[in-house]
Design a binder for this molecule. Structure first.
Ligand code: UCC
Ligand code: FAD
Length: 585
């Protein structure tokens, strides 16, 4: 029996083949475009060596902590064992480590130290780009922390927020604070002006107490928050709409009995993704707070926070695309199908190359917005730069948020069935990407923000856009290899100019229907110009040229196409009829 291999009670035979897993290598070393971009714009050794060392740390250690955040998600302990209400959000050891690491590595601080002048933001965001997919979503509190520091800086670093500002921007873990951003209430996250019911009751010492219910509050283990509320007058009345909203600063603290001051944590959200990070519903029941903005200037004052968090969102979106590609690329060198490695199947390589083009475009668009932010903050921005920054912030957020979902989804497929298996860590990348187009302004709401900034600048932002895009193209005029791309972007730019002229003669409803296509057109055309510009750099590679050509083969100006089809003229009722189709009884 033994000789025949029929041993009773042996372990089941499971075969000898085990697939090698994809390996995360140093994401800095692995990213040719990031290294090329930095070499071109900020070739300081101090930056390059810091990013290289950080990339190594991310691959070797931090990524494991990120996984631990995922498998050990936060939980809410409402009561202590003796029945006392404690509302304690219990987070993992790894999550706490991320906080310390963030301070030590200066992930917020770099933007405020400004040691590299106008390039400090590009440096900071490059580091966050390496960190983000391994951070266990710690980039979420960092985004809000950065946004809060920015708001405080813009309103003036003075009492009572001096200490908070220094804590938000410190490199010392023991002093480092994170901030929340509590804007959304049950009636509205997009329409904050109508949705905010929270009231601020003035106190005799000039401070306030807040009463309300915040429906989504992320990274709720934060030390402080910025939030919106309506100041009550002596009769208890408040002003409705946007004009009634003011911006408040509040610390999240506990009293001598260990109770949260003025806050009850109703529950933690049960979310599709971002599970590593707590998102809570909060009852504000007399939360002590200080008003930071003038009364009624809440939305305008928190806009600086929105700008920063939307840029962070875009960095995370580009980083998610890059990460899935790095893993897919590695896997393609380890997995065999039909007798050869995946990397030797041209159709598989075409699929990854298409993802690569999207990923490169997203990276350059994001970094260009970071460049503009850095210029503005270091006082060297022209009026033109300021307009571009205002226009491109919603554009980059909405475009990269959507593309991240598409690219990461395709990326999962490149691992076959394993891409669908939880403990590979791959599905979490997709689940986390899905939120990028929802929070910090949905795609439609940001498309309308594009219209808002165009209208409020009397077209100046568009003027800045057209002239800068043309100047990027001008640099490529003699490069014959890039001619098809230059012609495509140039042609799309003309179409866009024509669209703008026609749209200016139409009713607001026309522009509203065109808003999303307009935002996409702005994103694709500008990104095409950036890819071309990068490919013209003397250190560029043939792959940079190929990426530019490929990007520019797509429909760069969907708004012109749909305008010609009449999609913005009379579709409202037809769209609604289609969606609510009741024609078959
Ligand atoms: O989702 C959230 C946190 C998630 C966790 C953080 C993740 C970070 C990334 C991490 C990566 C992993 S916090 C909630 C975010 N909520 C939103 O984004 C709200 C979306 N809704 C909007 O953006 C709306 O457009 C509103 C709320 C801004 C609309 O408000 P109003 O009051 O109806 O708008 P108005 O009346 O048009 O604007 C009021 C003022 C105006 O200034 P003045 O009065 O001087 O003319 C506007 O120009 O605010 C100004 N303003 C802006 N300024 C409005 N939006 C902006 C802007 N984007 N930039 C500059
Ligand atoms: P709605 O405003 O109800 O939107 C529903 C749909 O209608 C969307 O598709 C939207 O695009 C569309 N829509 C709305 N208005 C228009 C319009 N005028 N034209 C065309 N379409 C429109 N908020 C915070 O304040 N702080 C946080 O920390 C926070 N954390 C979050 C964490 C997670 C995981 C999630 C999912 C959300 C979080 N949010 C937070 C809330 C988030 O910012 C809001 O959910 C988001 O802004 C959308 O608001 P809403 O949910 O009210 O959607």
């Amino acid at each position: 029996w033994e000789a025949a291999g029929y041993l009773p009670f042996t372990r089941a035979r499971i075969g000898s083949f085990f697939q090698e897993n994809p390996v995360l290598k140093n994401p800095f070393v692995e990213d040719a475009l990031l290294r090329g971009y930095l070499k071109r714009h900020i070739p300081q050794e101090a930056i390059l060596s810091d990013l290289c060392a950080f990339g190594e740390h991310v691959a070797k250690e931090v990524d494991g902590w990120g996984r631990e955040c995922e498998v050990n998600p936060p939980r809410l302990m409402h009561f202590d064992p003796w029945g006392r209400r404690v509302d304690h959000i219990v987070t993992s050891h790894a999550w706490k480590r991320m906080k310390d690491l963030s301070a030590q590595e200066g992930l917020v601080a770099i933007g405020y130290e400004r040691s590299f002048g106008e390039w400090s933001r590009v440096y900071q965001m490059s580091k966050l780009y390496l960190f983000s997919p391994s951070s266990g979503l710690y980039t979420c509190p960092l985004a809000m922390t950065d946004g809060a520091a920015k708001v405080i800086q813009s309103l003036g670093v003075s009492r009572p927020v001096e200490d908070a500002y220094s804590r938000l921007t410190t490199r010392h873990p023991e002093r480092f604070w994170t901030s929340g951003q509590w804007m959304t209430e049950r009636q509205g996250g997009s329409d904050v002006a109508s949705g905010t019911e929270t009231v601020a009751v003035p106190q005799t010492d000039g401070s306030y107490k807040l009463h309300g219910f915040k429906w989504f509050t992320s990274a709720t283990d934060a030390d402080m928050t910025l939030t919106l509320a309506r100041v009550q007058d002596k009769t208890g009345a408040t002003i409705p709409g946007s004009k009634g909203l003011s911006l408040f600063y509040a610390e999240v603290s506990r009293d001598e009995d260990g109770q949260l001051r003025g806050i009850e944590v109703q529950r933690l959200k049960d979310k599709l993704g971002t599970r590593q990070m707590p998102t809570a519903e909060l009852l504000l029941d007399g939360l002590p707070a200080h008003r930071l903005s003038e009364e009624g200037r809440g939305v305008a004052s928190i806009a600086n926070m929105l700008t920063i968090t939307r840029i962070h969102n875009s960095v995370s979106a580009a980083a998610a695309m890059r990460r899935v590609l790095q893993l897919a690329r590695d896997y393609a060198t380890r997995r065999t199908a039909f007798g050869k490695l995946l990397k030797d199947h041209p159709l598989h390589m075409q699929t990854l190359a298409r993802m690569e083009v999207e990923s490169r475009g997203a990276f350059l668009l994001v970094m260009d917005v970071c460049r503009l932010l850095g210029r503005e903050e270091s006082g060297v921005a022209t009026e033109h730069d300021a307009h571009l920054l205002r226009l491109l912030t919603p554009v980059v957020k909405l475009y990269t948020g959507k593309q991240a979902v598409a690219v990461v989804s395709e990326g999962l497929e490149s691992f076959g069935g394993q891409g669908y298996i939880e403990d590979t860590g791959l599905p979490g990348i997709l689940r986390d990407a899905q939120v990028l187009s929802i929070w910090e302004g949905t795609t439609n709401v940001l498309s309308l923000d594009v219209l808002r900034c165009v209208a409020r600048s009397s077209g100046m932002v568009l003027h800045a856009y057209f002239s800068h895009t043309k100047s990027l193209l001008a640099g490529a005029s003699g490069v014959s290899l890039l001619a098809p791309a230059v012609n495509a972007v140039g042609g799309a730019l003309c179409e866009l100019e024509e669209f703008v002229q026609v749209a200016a003669t139409k009713a607001p409803s026309y522009l509203e229907l065109a808003a999303r296509d307009l935002a996409y057109s702005l994103a694709r055309i500008y990104t095409g110009a950036l890819l071309i510009d990068h490919a013209c750099w003397k250190g560029a590679s043939p792959s940079d040229t190929y990426a530019a050509l490929r990007w520019c083969e797509q429909d760069l100006c969907p708004v012109a196409r749909n305008q010609r089809r009449g999609h913005y003229d009379s579709n409202t009722s037809l769209d609604a009829a289609l969606v609510f189709d009741q024609s078959i009884q």
